[in-house]
Each structure stands twice: as structure tokens, then as C-alpha cells.
Ligand binder design. Structure first.
Ligand SMILES: [Zn+2]
Length: 353
């Protein structure tokens, strides 16, 4: 058992967002710009068990970040403007592009007012099943199952195994282990069926989370009317596209989300974010399809800053995650003060394989 646990932890625990905020210093020392990834902006919760905390930052932290950006002299640009700079080769000033994945209500409530205050453009990538209220935020459903139960049974290789999840420590370890096990699965359909079974067994309503957390179409429409806001596509079902075996199905996920958004908002999205976005979720096939579909840019979560050479890889752009586990002031200090000595040796400029 211990071995199995270790294996699943090892194989899956490479987190989606392993870069801390200190990586923000990179735009100051190399490259032409950087795209930042955020998910939630909301006040901190007190719960001790918050395995998805890396996906959120507080409004206070977020405002501090915006203030620093303002003072830094970097241009904060929309995805369209970023695209224009790549196409025209205009790189005199370094830029930052702010992006939010999934379309959470807290972005509208907490981040949007601050972005308006600082007059900064930004992108929100919508997985259309979320406002359609059919989406499965499986990573949050898994959190709920473990939070609400002190013992979890899970079918592994056809055998039911039981795990204690009484203490916060046990819950954390179990979350990491099951998360890793799920991420190591060959297809996302397998992953979803395990989570659905868990939810059915432990009476967690898997689609309740998109109702609770994600903007509906009216809310998205309100944001889309703001010239600062770019609404981008994030597929229909938020699947790790590389794990979708059928090329046509992967293509349809990207294409349909764009059509659904266009139908709902009257404006065709020209930018895309791959769900999850790490190398196990988006690779050369996805980069090619996004280019064929005519998206101006498509973003991954592969960590990195932007170089001129990304002009030839506009559907495989790296981003830097603003990670909620690293939101202390000292990281921001490192960010601004350590820039001169922080040159990252051996950095591969383009990573699109
Ligand atoms: Zn997402």
C-alpha cells in the first residue's frame, strides 16, 4: 500500500502550477514579456484543508501585485496587443499580459474592480460547460469528498481500497495521492468516471461547483462589455486535450467552445487557453489544431517568459503562474529587488515540443 501511495504521489504530484511568484522577476531580466496565470482572487478561507489553495490569491495580494506592475514600468497589454507586438516585431517595451482561467465569479467580484481601478486589460478564458452548468470541476469535487469524510474507499485495479482521511494531514496526503493517481490516467474519461463514482458514493453533487463558483452567461456578458476584458476560449468540457485520443474530438472541444461563446456574447474569441495546460495536457497536436482554427494566440501553463522567437509559436505560449502558496510579501520583495542577479541560466527560450 505504501508503495502504491508513493508511486501515485510521484507520478502525479508534479503540480500544474509549480512556479512561485518569484519567477515574476524573469520579465525584468530576460525576454520581451510575460503572461501571468491566475484562477481565483478572493479573501482567504480559514479551513486547514485547502488542497487547491495554489489556485487562489487574496484581493489584498492581487492589488499589491497590480501596484507593483504599475510602478515597474512594464506595459500591461491585452492578448490582441500582445499578438500585434509579435506580428509587427515591436518589442521596445516589455509587457505583461494578465490572464484568468475558468471564469470564476470571484474574478468579477474581486479582481475586476481592481483591474478597472488600475486600468489594466486582461483575459478571461471560459470553458463553456461551466456557464452552461454542466461542467465538472473534478479537482474541487475531490476536495469536497475528502473534506467531508474520514474514510474513503476507492476502486484501484478492480480492488476496493480504503484510506483514512480523519486528520488534516491525512486529508492532504490522500488528496495528493488520489489527484496524482487521477492525473496519471490515460484518458480524462477514466478520470471523470472515478470522480463521478466517488461523488455518487459520498453524496457530493459534482456539477454543483460550477453553479456555485463559475460565472453564468449574464455575468460573463457584463464583463465582456468592458473594453478592458478579452473573453477567450478554454474548450467546452475542460478536458486535458492531449488525453483525448480522437483528433476530431480534440478539435471540436476547441472549435465548439469558440462557437458557443460567439453565440452567447456576439463576439468570436480569438484567443485560447488549453485546460490544465502542462505537457501532459497540451502538445504539438493541440498547438497545430489551434493554429489551424485560426486562434491568434493559445496559452499553456508551461512556465516561461516570452521571447521574440515565440512569434513562430503563438499557439504554444508559456505562462507564469501566480501561485497562491507563495503570496507573502517577501516573495514580492525578492521579485523586485533580486532582479539584477536572477538571470536564469540555461533557460530554453521556446518549449513547444
Ligand atoms: Zn482551466
Amino acid at each position: 500500500m505504501a508503495d502504491l501511495k508513493k508511486t501515485i504521489i510521484r507520478s502525479g504530484l508534479e503540480t500544474l502550477y509549480f512556479s512561485g511568484l518569484h519567477h515574476l522577476m524573469r520579465p525584468l531580466v530576460g525576454g520581451v514579456g510575460v503572461i501571468l496565470t491566475l484562477h481565483h482572487v478572493r479573501p482567504a478561507r480559514r479551513d486547514a484543508f485547502q488542497p487547491n489553495r495554489l489556485l487562489e490569491v487574496t484581493p489584498v495580494f492581487f492589488e499589491r501585485l497590480l501596484r507593483r506592475l504599475k510602478r515597474s514600468g512594464l506595459d500591461v497589454v491585452s492578448p490582441d496587443e500582445m499578438h500585434r507586438r509579435f506580428i509587427t516585431g515591436e518589442f521596445k517595451r516589455r509587457f505583461v499580459c494578465l490572464t484568468f482561467d475558468d471564469g470564476y465569479k470571484d474574478i468579477k467580484q474581486w479582481a475586476w474592480p481592481l483591474l478597472r481601478k488600475y486600468e489594466m486589460p486582461f483575459a478571461v478564458y471560459i470553458a463553456t460547460s461551466f456557464p452552461d452548468r454542466l461542467g465538472e470541476l473534478w479537482w474541487i469535487a475531490l476536495e469536497a469528498v475528502i473534506a467531508q469524510n474520514s474514510r474513503i474507499g476507492l476502486l484501484i485495479d478492480g480492488k476496493e481500497q480504503f484510506f483514512d482521511s480523519r486528520t488534516v494531514k491525512e486529508k492532504r496526503e490522500l488528496y495528493d495521492a488520489i489527484y496524482g493517481y487521477l492525473r496519471s490516467m490515460k484518458t480524462e474519461d477514466q478520470l471523470r468516471s472515478v470522480v463521478r463514482d466517488l461523488c455518487a458514493c459520498y453524496k457530493v453533487d459534482v456539477v454543483s461547483f460550477c453553479r456555485e463558483l463559475c460565472m453564468d452567461w449574464q455575468e460573463i456578458g457584463e464583463m465582456a462589455a468592458d473594453p478592458l476584458v478579452t473573453i477567450g476560449a478554454h474548450t467546452v468540457n475542460h478536458k486535458m486535450l492531449k488525453k483525448v485520443p480522437d483528433d476530431g474530438a480534440a478539435r471540436a472541444e476547441m472549435e465548439m467552445s469558440r462557437s458557443v461563446i460567439e453565440a452567447a456574447l456576439g463576439k468570436r474569441p480569438e484567443h485560447l487557453a488549453y485546460p490544465v495546460g502542462d505537457p501532459t495536457s497540451a502538445g504539438p497536436r493541440e498547438f497545430r489544431i489551434a493554429a489551424e482554427l485560426g486562434f491568434k494566440t493559445a496559452v499553456t501553463t508551461r512556465p516561461g517568459v516570452l521571447f521574440k522567437a515565440h512569434r513562430d509559436h503563438l499557439t504554444a505560449l508559456p505562462r507564469i503562474s501566480v501561485n497562491g502558496e507563495f503570496q507573502q510579501q517577501r516573495y514580492l520583495k525578492v521579485l523586485m529587488s533580486g532582479a539584477g542577479t536572477a538571470f536564469w541560466n540555461g533557460f530554453r527560450r521556446v518549449n513547444a515540443a
